[in-house]
Design a protein around this ligand. Sequence first.
Ligand SMILES: Nc1ncnc2c1ncn2[C@@H]1O[C@H](COP(=O)(O)OP(=O)(O)OP(=O)(O)O)[C@@H](O)[C@H]1O
Length: 269
Amino acid sequence: MSQSVRKNLKSTEAASVLLAEDITVAFGGFVAVKGMNLKLHAHDLHFLIGPNGAGKTTMLDVICGKTKPLSGTVRLNDGTELTRLKEHQIVRKGVGRKFQAPSIFGGLTVQENLALAAESQRSPLRTLRIPRYGKISAAMERVIQQIGLQDRVYTRAGALSHGEKQWLEIGMLLLQEPRVLLLDEPVAGMTDEETHKTGRLLQDIAQERSVVVVEHDMEFVREYAAKVTVMHEGKLLKEGTMAEVQEDPRVAEVYLGKRRDDHAVIATN
Ligand SMILES: Nc1ncnc2c1ncn2[C@@H]1O[C@H](COP(=O)(O)OP(=O)(O)OP(=O)(O)O)[C@@H](O)[C@H]1O
């Protein structure tokens, strides 16, 4: 092996932040995920796609500790085995999870929601004390700029648009300084403009973190994915760039074959 090839392999290894190996998940007698592997790298905007029921959300649930696998391990690159930890411990190890519905406090302002997230990062036992004093830390200021809510800082979160609520929740997760950010269909229900703003936001976040997105909107995936993993019936079907994935006839087949019951078709044009 040449020195440059060895050096490249080494740097690829160094950039890996999380490794899920041989994950199997069963719900009662039904095996939803079967021996799935997933490797996440720093600075990746990594999309997880596949037909309905492929096991995508279950994989995110396993990584964040919401679901315990029957077998397999999830490890951070420092060796920490996440599969042995509880959900709140996994958050503190730097894995943030955003669910489809935003879980913000509608009666609190944008600033108060962000302050609450920052406070819970500092001391999880103090989350019941809602900071209402309007103070904006440097970290909060940076996040507000990043999520583009500068003009909404003192607006009640309940009065925000759907897109703004999603960005606020992403901002709350960013204040917890995650190494890995997991998002489930973040652009569902967004306008085209909000969708593009979210795409650019995720690209920006991926400059510093590993971002994993479960997504059905193929136009969005095509435009913003750096890497794509296709799951089908609980297994890894294909991994690569969107172009590589689209060229694989097996991928077209699982989508086109399920055109009727799937709300996304992976057009290959
Ligand atoms: N808690 C549960 N109990 C029983 N079955 C479940 C549970 N959670 C998921 N499943 C099943 O496991 C399979 C995989 O579900 P999962 O939500 O991971 O798929 P997905 O790829 O995210 O699908 P979608 O794109 O429709 O959200 C599905 O058949 C689903 O019905």
